[in-house]
Write a protein that binds this ligand. Sequence first.
Ligand SMILES: Cc1cc2nc3c(=O)[nH]c(=O)nc-3n(C[C@H](O)[C@H](O)[C@H](O)COP(=O)(O)OP(=O)(O)OC[C@H]3O[C@@H](n4cnc5c(N)ncnc54)[C@H](O)[C@@H]3O)c2cc1C
Length: 407
Amino acid sequence: MKHIAVIGGGISGVTTAYALTRRGFDVTLFDRNRYAAMETSFANGGQLSASNAEVWNNWGMVAKGLKWMFRRDAPLLVNPKPSWHKLSWFFEFMRAIPRYEQNTTDTARLAIEARQYLFSWAEEENIDFDLKQKGILHIYRDKASFQHAEKVTAMLAAGGLERRAVTVGEMRQIEPTLAGDYYGGFFTESDSTGDIHKYSNGLARAAEKRGAKLRYEHDVQKLTVDENGVTVTSSAPEGDTEHRFDAMVMCAGTASRTMAAQVGDRVNVYPVKGYSITVNLDDEASQAAAPQVSLLDDATKLVSSRLGQRLRVAGSAEFNGFNRDIRADRIEPLTEWVQQLFPGVSTRSVVPWAGLRPMLPDMMPRVGPGNSPRVFYNTGHGHLGWTLSAGTADAIATIIQDRVGTA
Ligand SMILES: Cc1cc2nc3c(=O)[nH]c(=O)nc-3n(C[C@H](O)[C@H](O)[C@H](O)COP(=O)(O)OP(=O)(O)OC[C@H]3O[C@@H](n4cnc5c(N)ncnc54)[C@H](O)[C@@H]3O)c2cc1C
């Protein structure tokens, strides 16, 4: 039986380990944390959103980004201090602008494919992850942004996604708790939401039951590749360990760039920081006043998801290296958004969080082999890792099966 190492135990690593285990590989997953999904896959926006497949590589976004640079509470913030990593990333981001439409359509297609794996694995393994299949409502406050959304809808439709324009009256029927003035909306009935951390931990346990070895608290220090396989050196509480494998899959999130360099590959993932708050809906009035349907507010770029008796709100994109600080001035707009759109929700109990999206410049995940026939990648899912990972995990498992074989 072929022995595969999976580096990283976030959503991409756990789904990869599970997909490989199902195909009969002997799998060992390494993660530096004590549990699965403690970094970016911990408290994200919760949306399983094919409808959010639009990549950011367009001139309109560049113009907005430049305008936002002068506002402290803007959805996008760039630390102007230059670094080679940041500059090369932005250069490659611009170079991907001609592929904006195609990449948006391809992402929508991938997101739709991913659903079948994500849901069927959860059902088969009996994973409770606060799944809510009530659709996602995109809300627009002005005509120009609504008209842009009409164009995006055509790109999503080319990828197989159906979403429909709704009037303000229909928006209120879809989500009666929503307050405020809007121009209109788009509703995607087939989208859903769920808790990424619960799902990842449930699926990691399922992979373990099927024979995968989960090596938590193993900080991978060194990767060495030769024509016969890969050696993984990690530091663990019991001391340094060295393991030999037939092949490896890189799923290390924002660490993928430096680790890929160790095995001779270039994977230009940048850590794009975002924030979330989890509002605990402790009283009945707040539970009734909080939305059931997931929202994406185009003006503020904030998303919300109802996770049981919690409301998760997430957003913002900061280019500031590996800084993980939770800034009060960046959290405040999220809490204010809840207070304005859902005034009946108590914001007494709010848990803030920040995470780093592993984002490639063209906003497409890297799924496939590296320079060595023993090295594979399933990483760089950016703002859509929860939506896409189950699909890309199955895809990389197929590629490995073809190239390495299970026996
Ligand atoms: C604010 C915010 C909101 C978001 N909202 C959504 C959303 O609504 N829908 C959606 O689809 N996506 C969303 N995302 C994106 C999504 O959360 C990410 O794409 C996804 O979690 C990335 O998963 P990952 O497995 O690639 O990375 P991670 O979850 O970061 O996993 C990488 C793992 O690698 C491990 N690792 C790294 N280096 C080493 C090492 N040397 N040794 C051992 N282990 C190592 C880490 O411990 C970590 O567990 C959001 C992201 C943010 C920040």
